[in-house]
Design a protein around this ligand. Structure first.
Ligand code: NAD
Ligand code: ADE
Length: 411
């Protein structure tokens, strides 16, 4: 048992160190934090996917003087070696891959009991638990689109108890993480779970927001024939002009080889779609919650179910068709693969670290609302990322600035 723990910790250390080599912006912030200790003595409670990249964030907060306690933001996204390593480094990390719903909420309750001053959430579950407890939270940050929707609903209901910064909405977060991060890691999850060939396959993407766009473009890059489904006419038109086939899910259901949902909405794939699917159709989700594919409908229609590979379940219908579900309909990129690459999490988590300090310093003048990441932070993250890549860009001259802010000069 002890040697198993030591092996897990060593594996976690190696993998976190590897991720860290790809996160130059967060490492720069870590060095600055280690000197100025902006979070000295502050309890930070997190509910985040416990990955190697999250570990680099947690260690950055700790370097800034914070005490950190975190749980997983999904029952299947925890990397057990990272949990072991974080605990060996004085960060309390709770959770394991494959935990039950009961374990998941028990871990959240432990973070609530830690009485965080700052709350770092991914999806809104920790925030929801904290506001119904007697909390000392001064402020929070939220990592994902679905979490921001839930927090805005709380704000509207007058139930948000502290200011929250919606990290997802920073340009240096959703334009890169949601699009390119999820685009790549979703394909990674599907391939690890199935080892299928994508070239030539009909690949149906539900939703053409930031995540859907990324998945559709990466699937096309692998040679798949991509179909997009949408409810927003503008997004549907955008998908069409980006060169994708746009159909209703009812129409796409019969022709798809692979289906991936990425809407943040529920019931994208239900009984009536499953009934039309081909034998061996593969179904997966990359949206935050496991509600996009109605797994209860799949269970109800199936006469037989078996795990055929890790994170791949085969459901046999009464007419003999087999439908394959990846990772129980939970986020495929974090459940069947390792989530986004470190390079892109570098920017998301730089926004998290800097927003945490901003909240600590400014919470008194803020209201119980969802705020955007301050523009200076967002632009600074982009500048630092460009610098780390050795990319120089042009600067506006004084003449150009004047021209761009004037109305006088025309043809
Ligand atoms: P978004 O708001 O940019 O896009 C969602 C799109 O889905 C919109 O265009 C919307 O019109 C469409 N949509 C809504 N209901 C639909 C329906 N019934 N049928 C078809 N389309 C529908 O959001 P996003 O940033 O792309 O995020 C999507 C989901 O992915 C959220 O749940 C978010 O939290 C999650 N997310 C997951 C990861 C990950 O690592 N897997 C990363 C980032 C975001
Ligand atoms: N969300 C998506 N990918 C992630 C990662 N690698 N770490 C933490 N959260 C993530």
């Amino acid at each position: 048992m002890a040697s198993n723990k030591a092996a897990l910790t060593a594996s976690g250390r190696n993998r976190v160190e590897w991720a860290s080599t790809r996160m130059p912006v967060l490492n720069l912030i870590k060095r600055q934090f280690a000197e100025s200790k902006p979070l000295k003595g502050v309890r930070v409670g997190g509910c985040l996917h416990i990955t190697t990249e999250t570990a680099v964030l947690a260690l950055t907060l700790k370097a800034g003087g914070a005490e950190v306690c975190m749980c997983a933001s999904n029952p299947l996204s925890t990397q057990d070696d990272v949990v072991a390593y974080l605990n060996s480094q004085g960060v309390k990390a709770i959770g394991f891959k494959g935990e039950s719903s009961k374990d998941y909420y028990k871990a959240i309750a432990e973070v609530v009991a830690f009485r965080p001053k700052l709350v770092m959430d991914d999806g809104g579950d920790l925030t929801n638990s904290i506001i119904s407890a007697d909390s000392e939270a001064l402020g929070g940050t939220e990592e994902t689109t679905t979490g921001i929707l839930r927090l805005k609903a709380l704000e509207k209901a007058g139930k948000l108890e502290y200011p929250v910064i919606g990290v997802n909405d920073a340009d240096t977060k959703h334009m890169f993480d949601n699009r390119y991060g999820t685009g790549q890691s979703t394909i990674d999850g599907i391939l690890r779970a199935t080892n299928i060939m994508l070239a030539g396959k009909v690949f149906v993407v539900g939703g053409y927001g930031w995540v859907g766009r990324g998945i559709a473009s990466r699937a096309r890059g692998m040679g798949a024939r991509v179909v997009v489904t949408e409810v927003d006419p503008v997004k549907a038109l955008e998908a069409y002009m980006d060169g994708f086939d746009v159909q209703s899910m009812d129409a796409a259901a019969a022709s798809g080889d692979i289906f991936v949902t990425a809407t943040g909405d529920l019931d994208i794939i239900t009984e009536r779609h499953i009934k039309r699917m081909k034998d061996l159709a593969i179904v997966a989700n990359s949206g935050h919650f496991n509600v996009e594919i109605n797994v209860d409908d799949l269970e109800k229609l199936a006469v037989k179910k078996r795990e055929i590979r890790a994170q791949l379940e085969e459901y046999t219908m009464s007419d003999g068709r087999r439908i394959l579900l990846i990772a129980q309909g939970r986020l495929v990129n974090l459940s069947a693969a390792e989530g986004h690459p470190s390079e892109v999490m570098d920017m998301s988590f730089a926004n998290q670290a800097l927003s945490a300090v901003y909240l600590l310093n400014n919470h008194e003048g803020m209201h119980n609302k969802v705020y955007d990441v301050p523009r200076e932070i967002d632009e600074n993250v982009a500048k630092l990322k460009l610098e780390s890549l050795g990319i120089r860009i042009d600067r506006l001259s004084e003449r150009q600035k004047k021209y761009l802010s004037s109305y006088e000069s025309g043809t």
